[in-house]
Design a binder for this molecule. Structure first.
Ligand SMILES: NC(=O)c1ccc[n+]([C@@H]2O[C@H](COP(=O)([O-])OP(=O)(O)OC[C@H]3O[C@@H](n4cnc5c(N)ncnc54)[C@H](O)[C@@H]3O)[C@@H](O)[C@H]2O)c1
Length: 327
């Protein structure tokens, strides 16, 4: 088989860094397309030799010429589209949010169609649901629920799912959109649900930290999330599909309890305060397993242990960035 070259948009972010790490592990070529230039989160996961195998292109996801040139120059044949602005950024600046999240996604699908790329894996979000969708569904909503997002971010993500559907109708581009909820693990340092990962980091460096939301949420390990995006890009079915991407739904306090069991210093440092998230506390993630069997499901215990281990290594090496604990 010819080499697989993956365009990974937004790959300087948390999930993208894990996608890059996993692609290198399976011997493929990641092309990072991101507005940023600092591969800090990728470096947190990779040694220098592996980093040298990554191609980096700086560009704006909403710029057709820049994205098209990147795809041509590197001979891209697979796409994982993750570039986006998260809930707080979209709330603060809805115009910028729509430009990046909506126009950026239209751009990805248009450039893919022009080049005959068969399939796009892209990040939607469980934020397409509002909290009341859980009550309406009588439990964790599945993909058949009609979502009613209550943030600009959720509205944009739902629009992207429509773009994907129309791109299949008009150009035959297949797609898989994934809807994760609370992703945690090394690199998760911004966005509405980044608090649990920051709590792990705070425990490692001995700083107090308050997770700003409570209730239950679905915790998905970042490495598992990356594996699902790669599986979707490699072997997603024909058509435009959208799947919830669930990990394990537990109370935020239970997550912190597990952290305290593994790192007792957290007991005096980590607090949970604040209301529930504006999204459901759980999502029904059964369907994706029928279409993409064999996806990993790291337990919260293992995920916290892995994250603690890596944060401790980075801290010992003096390279752990803690600027996110200030915000
Ligand atoms: N982290 C989660 O819990 C979660 C949950 C659901 C959905 N998602 C979605 O998954 C995707 C990745 O999430 P993440 O946590 O890695 O996000 P992140 O915020 O860590 O990374 C997003 C990346 O997009 C890049 N970006 C922003 N604007 C850009 C532009 N105009 N052009 C090119 N790149 C741009 C940023 O520089 C950043 O590297 C996002 O689309 C996000 O909405 C994340």
């Amino acid at each position: 088989m010819s080499e697989r070259t993956y365009l990974v948009t937004g790959a300087l972010g948390c999930i993208g860094a894990w996608v890059v790490e996993r692609l290198l592990e399976k011997g493929d070529h990641p092309v990072v397309f991101d507005l940023g230039t600092e591969p800090r989160r990728i470096r947190d996961l990779l040694g220098p030799e592996a980093l040298a195998r990554v191609s980096f292109v700086q560009g704006d996801i909403a710029n057709p010429a820049a994205l098209g040139a990147c795809m041509d120059e590197h001979g891209v044949n697979h796409i994982v589209h993750l570039a986006g602005l998260q809930v707080p950024f979209c709330r603060a600046d809805p115009m910028a949010g729509a430009t990046v999240n909506v126009l950026g996604t239209v751009n990805v699908f248009e450039q893919a169609a022009k080049r005959g790329i068969q399939r796009v894996a892209y990040a939607s979000s469980a934020a397409v649901y509002e909290r009341a969708d859980e009550d309406r569904a009588g439990g964790a909503p599945c993909e058949n629920a009609s979502p009613t997002p209550n943030t600009h971010y959720g509205v944009y993500k739902l629009a992207n799912e429509g773009t994907a559907r129309v791109s299949f109708l008009e150009h035959g581009t297949s797609s898989v959109g994934l809807r994760p909820l609370t992703v945690y693990g090394v690199g998760r340092d911004q966005g509405m649900t980044s608090g649990p990962t920051k709590a792990i980091k705070a425990a490692v460096v001995g700083r107090p930290y308050t997770v700003g939301f409570g209730g239950r949420t679905d915790f998905l390990y970042a490495g598992d999330c990356a594996d699902a995006f790669i599986a979707a890009a490699d072997r997603g079915p024909e058509g435009a599909h959208v799947f919830n991407l669930a990990g394990e739904s537990i109370a935020v306090t239970a997550f912190v309890e597990e952290l305290c069991a593994q790192e007792p210093a957290a007991r005096d440092l980590v607090r949970v305060e604040g209301g529930e998230l504006p999204v459901p506390g759980a999502i029904d993630g059964a369907r994706i397993g029928e279409v993409l069997p064999g996806l990993p499901n790291t337990s919260i215990r293992e995920g916290i242990a892995e994250t603690l281990r890596r944060f401790r290594e980075l801290h010992a090496a003096g390279t752990l960035d803690t600027s996110d604990l200030d915000s």
